[in-house]
Ligand binder design. Sequence first.
Ligand SMILES: [Zn+2]
Length: 521
Amino acid sequence: MNRSLRALTLIAVLAACEAPVYDTILRGGQVLDGTGSPAREADVAIRVGRVAAIGDLSRAEAEDTIDARGLYVSPGFIDTHSHAGPGLATAGLSHGEPLLAQGLTTVVVNPDGGGPVDLGEQRTALEEDGLGVNVAQLVPHGSIRERIVGREDRAPSGEELDRMRELVRAGMEAGAWGLSSGTFYTPGSYSENSELVELGRVVAGFGGFYTSHIRDESNYTIGVVAAVDEVIEVGREAGITAVVTHIKALGPPVWGASAEIVARIADARAEGLSIYADQYPYLASATGLSAALIPRWAEAGGGDAFRARVDDPGIRARIREAMVENLARRGGADRIQFRRFVADPSIEGRLLSELAAERGADPVDLSLELILQGGPSIVSFNMSEEDLLMLMTREWTMTSSDGDLPLFGVGVPHPRSYGAFARKIAKYVFEDEVMTLEAAIRSMTGLPAEVMGMTDRGTIAKGKVADLVVFSGDFRDNATFTEPHQLSSGVVHLFVNGEAAILDGEFTGTRAGRVLARGDR
Ligand SMILES: [Zn+2]
């Protein structure tokens, strides 16, 4: 090719660039950009996995055009508290379809201080079979504490605390977005808050955040308000963004406490601290029967130590006494439903009160017996709608599911695993109108991205990664407490990293998700 011909070719290429051809254009949808700004009709163009243009693109061309008229176009949802990590690392579940059907494109795993200490290994396991959604990892405090201090009820020595710091640092260097704790659970509950402040400082040095299942969501020990104060203290002392995860007032004795919780967080924010919460939109929580009823002192030292205490009649009586109180705290045996019990699946889905009546047993004695057989997981109906709404409608409350990725049809899981994000929009926006669609979408997208420091996702803007969900006005959860294994419906199209995972309501089978490392762009 001679020089002038080459120049002409170059001019032709440049001319072609002026009228760009996009990979995909979503035409005419109501765009909710994730910032809380009012929805507006616009076209959204995707090129090479990113949002390339927004606005009137009627003259632009694309390989694929999607008619989004009459539909909403939102950033893909981010689940800030997900137990889907183990499921996503399982070959038959890594597609994450129950998550995609809720509009999720990113889930944050290793919550409550639990999950693997070695995040590099977890990343390999997650990516092995391809991921349907993106995954952001947290460093789990409880697992690190267990590695270094075991299940002992004591403070770490100075040298042990240094080793914990090293493991936290290693997790952050492996790409984690923050630190999770579960100071309600064993062994996290054996930590003084100062330990979390120390480890929070390490995470703050990386620009990460702290999220905690607080020490007490009820009136078990220090009380829910003091437990919220602990998170605020970590935020203040460690200079870190701190999140009260799945915020709630658990159990009739503390119903109404949301007003004081909100005041505490509002004061902290007014002080300039970076404090947030996340919430799932249900009046029932889920946990283990043991975590709900057994006092932490009885669990110190692990399973054998626990069984030895139960075998001692005097100690057993004290454990039983605490269990009676803890069951009352949760509103009684007809507010506990069995979720999964490997030793006897026939009890799954039934109420503790029903099973106790059928067996002519006292609910507390029956519970202890089941716990000694391995312990069922439970759904616990323990919240009030007033508290739920008070906490939901705060500008600093993100959306979460706290769900996992159940084997389809196995057990009777909490419906949040299939429906949390859809339910918030279907029930609380469309049906009850307690918040605007724009505010609900922000709580699922722009707000979590801001809290996590995830700068390239969470909003629809030129240059952002094309994680997009297109849903209809019929978006809804279908999972119930008795029939939970039902996908949400109403997501018409879903893009993960610019690749279609759902098109025209059908899964494409694409696994375009990846493990997102903090600092990657
Ligand atoms: Zn939790």
